[in-house]
Write a protein that binds this ligand. Structure first.
Ligand code: NCD
Ligand code: ZN
Ligand code: ZN
Length: 346
């Protein structure tokens, strides 16, 4: 019997957190082993708000890439109330800044410098619309009276609809979508509106956070949703629509920050991201749709060439390490101790 394998162009992770310093040096090699490029989220403390900072961060990330591996970080600026049209023009001209990220103030990890009112960012957004630099959205409202499970849907209905109206030509990626409403919005939108989908939101519904007790490694933002949402995300991912592509949102937090009385939001999946997606696609009888989702549609959206070189996944059960080092700390990946059905052959 021959063992099934799947070979395709080196993929891109179009939503990734690598942090900085020692933690960054621990996680960058894991992503570089799997992906040729990644959209690097700018939510550091302080955030990456200028092209100059993005250039310095780029060099630090490159210095963490192991010898012999080619990996290109695609840099992103963090939009604030103070981002100027001039900075947007500089970003576009830099060639290494590929997008600008919108975090509603207070919505997620390190988002205190985020936008308090989109009207404050009007000049920057108009310039982005003009020069074609995409806006990446953490799509959640933060009002205390909105249920945490409704934050994305309310964002889509109240904010996104207005954004589309005010900036009709603005290229947008609704990041880490989690609901059927978000999937439908993107499906119905024109080609310059896209979405990334994480492995956790396709593998699990919100029961995973509470299975037999509270499970911090399944807590991320936007939070896992209902089963019908999970199904809608899988349907979008395997639909063959180029508007949906891979973005892990792998978000490293030290074990003691996750397993805590106020645990941080974020699932760590960089150690086995492709294998987790392969599981999703195989479960949906659509493993043949994985290559374009992982290696083509994201590149197309960002106007980048398909990567040279290939990766190969083999149908082989294996159990990843249950813990890794994160600088001088430890990190626990999602699904620690559980077997995966596919294995990336390096
Ligand atoms: C991300 C992080 O830790 O930086 N956390 C998360 O739960 N997704 C931030 C984000 O992407 O919203
Ligand atoms: Zn986010
Ligand atoms: Zn993220």
């Amino acid at each position: 019997m021959t063992i099934p394998t799947l070979t395709f162009s080196r993929p891109d992770d179009m939503h990734l957190h690598v942090r900085d310093g020692d933690a960054m040096r621990s996680v960058v090699p894991m992503t570089a082993r799997q992906f040729a490029r990644a959209i690097i989220m700018p939510n550091l403390r302080p955030p990456i708000t200028t092209v100059e900072q993005a250039g310095e961060y780029l060099r630090r990330i490159l210095s963490a890439v192991p010898q012999g591996i080619t990996f290109t970080p695609l840099m992103v600026l963090y939009l604030t109330d103070k981002t100027t049209a001039d900075e947007i023009r500089k970003a576009k001209a830099s060639g290494f800044v590929h997008a600008v990220k919108y975090y509603p103030a207070g919505a997620t990890t390190n988002s205190d410098s985020g936008v308090t009112d989109l009207a404050h960012a009007d000049a920057a957004l108009l310039e982005m619309e003009k020069c074609g630099l995409p806006l990446l959205l953490h799509g959640e409202v933060t009002d205390a009276d909105i249920d945490i499970f409704d934050r994305e849907t309310v964002f889509v209905e109240q904010k996104l609809v207005n954004l589309r109206r005010r900036y009709p030509a603005l290229r947008m990626v609704l990041e880490h979508i989690t609901t059927k409403e978000a999937a439908q919005f993107v499906m119905d939108a024109p080609a310059h509106v896209a979405a990334t989908i994480t492995p956790q939101h396709m593998l699990y519904n919100r029961n995973a956070i509470f299975k037999g007790g509270i499970r911090p490694h399944y807590y991320c933002l936007p939070i896992l949703k209902r089963e019908e949402d999970r199904k809608a995300l899988i349907a979008a991912a395997i639909s063959g629509s180029p508007k949906f592509f891979l973005g892990t949102d792998s978000a490293p937090h030290a074990k003691h920050d996750k397993e805590s009385c106020c645990g941080h939001a974020g699932c760590f999946t960089a150690h086995a991201a492709l294998e987790l997606y392969a599981q999703v696609f195989e479960n949906a009888n659509a493993i043949d749709k994985l290559p374009d989702f992982a290696a083509k549609y994201g590149a197309q959206f960002y106007g980048l060439p398909i990567n040279a070189g290939t990766v190969t996944l083999r149908k082989e059960s294996w159990i990843p390490a249950a813990q890794f080092s994160l600088g001088s700390d430890e990190i626990v990946p999602m699904d620690a101790g559980e077997a995966l059905a596919w294995k990336l052959i390096t």
